[in-house]
Design a protein around this ligand. Sequence first.
Ligand SMILES: Nc1ncnc2c1ncn2[C@@H]1O[C@H](COP(=O)(O)OP(=O)(O)OP(=O)(O)O)[C@@H](O)[C@H]1O
Ligand SMILES: [Mg+2]
Length: 428
Amino acid sequence: MKPQQNRRILLIDDMLTIHEDFRKILLAKPEARDLDVAEETLFGKSTAPAQGSFELDSAYQGRDGVAMVEAALQAGRPYAMAFVDMRMPPGWDGVETIERLWRVDPQVQIVICTAYSDHSWEDVLARLDAQDRLLIVKKPFDMIEISQLARTLTAKWALTQQAAWQLSGLEDVVRELKVTEAALRHSNQALESFSYSVAHDLRSPLKTIDGFSHLLQRSSSGETAERTKHYLTRIRAGVKQMGELTEGLLGLAQMSRAELKIEAVDLSALARQVLRDCQERDPARTVKVQVQSGLQAMGDCALLRQLLENLLANAWKFSAKSTAAEITVGQLAGNFAGAVYFVRDNGAGFDMAYADKLFGAFQRLHLADDFAGTGIGLATAHRVIARHAGRIWAEGAVGEGATFFFTVPEASPEQPGADRPSVEVAAS
Ligand SMILES: Nc1ncnc2c1ncn2[C@@H]1O[C@H](COP(=O)(O)OP(=O)(O)OP(=O)(O)O)[C@@H](O)[C@H]1O
Ligand SMILES: [Mg+2]
């Protein structure tokens, strides 16, 4: 329940006259209280005290005071504060009373009022060890001191309750978030294993269709069979494409399942090797390749290789129609929380309006006739980075190339320094 204002005060003092003084200072004018009582009688509900007034209860011995605090707490109407006298013969003294009182209700704010003490104040403070809820006022005191103490400490009580209430609200939110996160993770795993088994199960009927249509194609002969052969070629192309899609899905699902093996990875060496492979597969092309030296990351080497394979295969592919193709791999210079790596090309580029679609499975921004592909590469790259709790994003413009940025947060503390050569030509 949201904490309310609380103006209930308890005075524990063995001197009767003090109680009279406190009543004069803290209680509202009698007419205001009479009206409250009349309203309570008529409407049967407890009313808040008039503005500026307090509810003041009296106890003349420590034992009685503690009993009243306990009863108030049990009734759900705790005291916000108590004024406690230091010397109250024959019973407990102020220090013992306060100790016991806080055992019952640790929230209550206390003011010790005294002319003299049997203990040194250092001893009192050390013994009570709750200096944030304890004030001292020396007798004789001014009226304004008492009323101001009452106002401030009852307000402090309410603020403390409110802070605790808000904190417990926050804790509830965190708990709910954790439950939601666990449920999401669970449904994600379920979806992943679903796509894995769908892709896996699709393999075998596809192989059957492919195999038999191939046999049919070979066994057909003669003029009339030409048309059949043409249809079969189309069927087999469709089957091939579907096979690539299922293989892509399978690869994606498998990658999510594999255990991560975190180690120091030389991204520069990996990138150079991947680019050499691109060149070997496509020896006719001339691409100016620049890979910055000393790019180090902590991550799973096999997954980071897949990431670079996909990003660099794209850079290679989408720069195929550029007259002087260039691919650059490096790290952004500047003060970032972690290293930001990038793969840049000066190829076909893409429309930034669709940048949020790039990393979805089977999302392609170019026609298959212009640039072949399945649309699984960037989804794979995204999964690799997600598994490293990093970020991946892209910038580009149609006809002006594209840059893919990524972070791998577990980066080694030994980042490449400014003294290293910023960019070097690795191969062409
Ligand atoms: N370097 C790039 N330049 C321009 N567009 C790009 C680049 N990289 C990716 N894209 C766009 O993003 C789409 C998705 O990329 P992704 O790598 O997932 O698929 P793909 O390369 O078409 O096929 P796959 O990687 O499965 O062979 C691409 O089809 C292309 O439209
Ligand atoms: Mg690709």
